[in-house]
Design a protein around this ligand. Sequence first.
Ligand SMILES: Cc1cc2nc3c(=O)[nH]c(=O)nc-3n(C[C@H](O)[C@H](O)[C@H](O)COP(=O)(O)OP(=O)(O)OC[C@H]3O[C@@H](n4cnc5c(N)ncnc54)[C@H](O)[C@@H]3O)c2cc1C
Length: 497
Amino acid sequence: MADYDTIIIGAGNGGLTAAATLAKAGLKVLLLERHNIPGGCATSFCRGRFEFEVALHQLSGMGTEEMPGPLRFCLKDLDVLKKITFVEMEHLYRIVFLDHLDITLTTKRAEIIKELQDRFPSEKKGIAKFFDLVYAFANQLIGIVYMKDPDASKEKYPLYFKYALKSSQEVLDEFFKDPLLKAVIGAYWGYMGLPPSLLSFDNLAILLFAYSEFKPFHIKGGSQALSNALVDTFLENGGDVRFNCGVKEILIKDGKVTGVITEEGDEISTNYIVSNAGLLTTYIELIDGKHVPEAQLKALGGRTIGTSAFTIFTGLDCEPSDVGIKETTNFICSSIDAEKAFSLTKTLDAPQMMLLTCYDVSDPDFSPPGTCQTATVALGYADPWLNIPPSQYADMKYQYAQAMLDLIERIFPGYRDHIEEIEVASPITHLRFLGHPGGAIYGFDQYAKDSRLFTSSESPIKGLFFAGAWVAGGGFQPTLMSGGSAARAVLKEIGNR
Ligand SMILES: Cc1cc2nc3c(=O)[nH]c(=O)nc-3n(C[C@H](O)[C@H](O)[C@H](O)COP(=O)(O)OP(=O)(O)OC[C@H]3O[C@@H](n4cnc5c(N)ncnc54)[C@H](O)[C@@H]3O)c2cc1C
């Protein structure tokens, strides 16, 4: 008999929900995490009197108690809702294009439309029609992708079939003339890591829909509180967890999973594994190549490693309003050209688009009294950082951070003077802490061909399943929900056995 029914590799969002779901279903489950805390990206760290949120800027899919979204159901099933408090944000985002435009969108569909129509009166009709499309399209997407309608057809879901794989830019061009308006509406490309020309419309539409219909949220205590709550549920249901315990190898016999070997050399047997360590790491580093089907390696070869991020975490010795911060979520752009901004993510040149989040605006207790914290993130691939000689890395990192601070100062004058604590994370930092190639935070680049439409939690190796960004696409909602899908796939297979 195996030591465990299932072993979960990695305690990121996907690993945690998979572990908690399987333990709740009565299986004997072991969760192995290389880091000393749970969460992967969904963690925090302390500097001085601040506990900094690492990743969560806006949580999608929660919805309210009256109007629950899919993630609320998922977390309720895992007993998390009673353990933590979610904080609803008032605004979708403020977006500033230096010297061009400064606009704030609320989270209500009718108000968003009005705000945009007031600012772009000549595009009034297009704006209303575009949001009609986003909502109608998202409802069809939910029917096909989430409800898995067995009778899905072009006739039943015409909008979905017409628009799903079009680029976001094509659709923005279809509805609008003003490049500034397109830039405002397309801003969420930063949450997917590809500019509108490369991002399929289904991704942009579902983000706009999810955040306006189900509202953006944050969590009291940060995403670490969510990760801890999931571990609690797992332990309450009999799960075993080991931190500081990376998996070195997945053992396979006759095309089927039989166990793992940890980095400390322990061999633990199991019939099922859910890997949250990513497809590349799992197939290339953890499994002996002779067990990986050729077709699987070929499929991986057609995909590219997605973006990482460069983040400045600052603790300020003042209230947000003292430096002019009035919204939680602030996109700061020095250009309206998303294509250029994206091309810079592959260089060490100063970013042209950043997201500054100040948690204390929606949750005044987030930081110690009289202080606040911000996390300012710019997307960035790891490659240029990997090419810097180690002796120059620190200088380059601080030079890059200075350029970001210069941009922040233009919107929030006096910001620098209030910095009490500051920490900087580059793609190399994410690489080190997550272990993902390129420090990727959203898994593979989310080209339409690699989107959730064409990926699954299952693998050609019997007993091996996946959860997390490399199969579900990046972001809290998809990765948290992917653990449930992987767990259900395991349970189904056990049921069939
Ligand atoms: C700066 C930043 C900002 C972000 N902002 C947002 C946002 O506002 N909204 C949003 O929805 N998403 C956001 N994201 C993205 C989101 O956080 C991630 O896509 C998501 O958390 C990834 O979850 P995951 O399940 O793929 O696991 P990961 O977080 O990738 O964790 C994987 C875990 O596996 C462990 N592991 C790896 N290899 C091994 C091994 N061999 N043995 C044991 N353990 C192993 C790692 O240590 C890690 O803990 C952001 C991310 C970052 C970094």
